[in-house]
Ligand binder design. Sequence first.
Ligand code: F6P
Length: 545
Amino acid sequence: MDQPFKAALAALRNNHQDAPKNLRAAFTSDPKRFQHFSASDGDLLLDWSKCAVDATTMALLEKLALSVDLEGRRAAMFAGERINVTEDRAVLHTALRNPRSEPVMLDGHDVTVDVHAVLDAMSAFAEDVRSGKAAGATGKKITDIVNIGIGGSDLGPAMATLALAPYHDGPRAHFVSNIDGAHIHDTLKGLDAGTTLFIIASKTFTTVETMTNAATARRWVEEKLGAKAVGSHFAAVSTALDKVAAFGIEPTRVFGFWDWVGGRYSLWSAIGLPIMIAIGPKNFREFLAGAHAMDRHFATAPLLNNIPVLMGLVGFWHRAVCNYPARAVIPYDQRLSRLPAYLQQLDMESNGKSVTLSGGGVVTPTGPLVWGEPGTNGQHAFFQLLHQGTDFIPVEFLAAAEGHEPDLKEHHDLLLANCLAQSEALMKGRTLEEARRQMLTKGIKPEEVDKIAPHRVFSGNRPSVTLLYRKLDPHMLGRLIALYEHRVFVEAQLFGINAFDQWGVELGKELATGLLPVVDGRENAARHDSSTAGLVEHIHRLRAP
Ligand code: F6P
């Protein structure tokens, strides 16, 4: 990394000593702390006032962003420059949500035209499936779709379909990803082949999990309905159209995308077909419009008023300056229960790197461990560690002001009260004196108070940010997901890494290929290390009749 970055980073590290250590005191001394450390874009608000930053921290973080030319890098991404340098590819998932009227040129060609041609074809197919026009081989309407894909070809559609359940008026959607036969077995168990449509989703159409599950699904359809039925029960989404043709799926049911769409950034493309069939093309286009609105905000808002930039800066502060190893994503929104899993791929596959764009070693820690569960469930599981554990783990709370169940408003009020209480508790904590006073007021004996009070102390000063939005509708979900994509991009620029490759998943895949003949008994394990060989031998022993 060059000199201006190093200087800005050193200044930030110095500021770490001075930034507020006592957040309660920071809120008392600045009654407008919330106004100073929150930003909004219409009905979406980010509050990071419960993080240990001050105005100087934010100014230094802005300086750091300028030192890596964040604005120039952002413009390069939107303009289709080949910023994925290790794969020599443009990164244009933003073009997938561009309106028809806005051209995006790549190698002299307007990709918006291709994007909308696929969207139109998907919409026509989705409508046909939803209306019953595209019926099964026996003439029955499709009641269930099964998406077979993994990673980016599964997590996004699965997360978004669940998130948008109130808008779901199409066939039921199921998602099979794991190569564990239990996944497809249990999914097919309740289904009628005559009313089931499989969507085989794979960017490369080579991924072993997806190809194995797809072959099993095809066998199931052939057994139940005969080989001729396959055409009416399969569709595919891929960039490898030749491989799809070889699998035998009719060309009219194949929806393409492009190498400039990364797998974990692909739910806006034809990979979103199961979402579109579930919620209908109109709602799907609202979802795209929401993402586009966030793209405009990211591209144009001043850095310190720009929600993805702010989340990236605060994320960098926590990871690279405060050295916190993880971040918890806690949606107080049950329908976002798959968001943490989706973000694990988006964030960790993008920013889990140790080598910079120029091939050198990174100079700061890079992407954190991302994990989470919905609130309030998490409160009754792992929040103990968030409040009193030895590590500080920044928390990202997400919550909607309004639910979709007006007749259950008391549930929503309790949900929000819990969300706010958790972030307040993390920030405020409870001193020994407060713990003692509380116990004495309850009439507990002083000896008992001496013994127990230390266990009832909360350090406080544990950082959290809150994303608050009006309602989780398709437009808002699009904005939220695009926000997270851009936040990952911002952090990657500060880490100096390429967020768009994923070489780290290759080695395990290669070794699995080599181990299959060992596991199934065709080869012996002698050339493997003694642990691997010992485990294989043990598998064989356990399997022996
Ligand atoms: O796990 C690696 C990966 O390449 C992901 O990046 C991708 O989303 C997933 O596998 C699935 O790949 P494909 O869509 O090509 O089947």
